[in-house]
Design a protein around this ligand. Sequence first.
Ligand code: DC
Length: 230
Amino acid sequence: MTTFVVAIDGGAGSGKSTTAKGVAQRLHFFYLDTGAMYRAFTLKYLQYRDSEHISATIDIETVNILLTKTAIDLRQENFENHVYLNGNDVTVDIRTSRVSSFVSQVSAIPEVRRWMVQQQREIAVGKNVVCEGRDIGTIVFPDAQVKIFMTADLRVRAQRRQKELAEQHGESRFEDVLKNLQFRDNYDSTRTHSPLKKARDAIVLDTTHLTIEEEIAAVENIVRERLHHQ
Ligand code: DC
């Protein structure tokens, strides 16, 4: 069965998630949020650290064992996307500032990336997907039919993320949100394994001056055009 993959990459807060979700909904494609998967494993990592009273980074053998005990499930329930970690709904827990401040380091571990990429490809088997992340067009689905690389001005991205956080977890300081985005972009783009970067054949979409509706429409039009010429 030929399946259609829309790969959306970009920095933190660039509008990827909202756009990917909207496009998936309109086209009836599966929404594959790879950031949520890295966040779910980071939560597991932190829970283990807390339970063992470890304050440093966890050694690689233990990370490998943790991976064998990890099951991440992305489910679409009542038109909402839920993330399950070993059967528990962690949709809200993976968005805390604690997870956000550890996720880049955890997702830079090569063993974690290998595990995730394999899972992501398995999830997509037999489906039409809109997949978003940092390495989708370059590593996970290099043959994706559509590749989009989203960018936006840093301060605009921080404003959007702050608003999102306020809705979910209460107020957060603008400067803290901005620093976290800056830190993660830098960490994610400079890591050795599958860094955040634009695929050669990706279309760049700068969302600084676009509304959510315009972002979704822009990507949807590109996808429909390609589908039409399949
Ligand atoms: O999309 P997000 O902000 O929820 O992603 C959280 C972190 O996960 C991000 O800072 C880097 C990591 N990530 C990654 O390394 N590769 C991906 N494909 C997706 C996310």
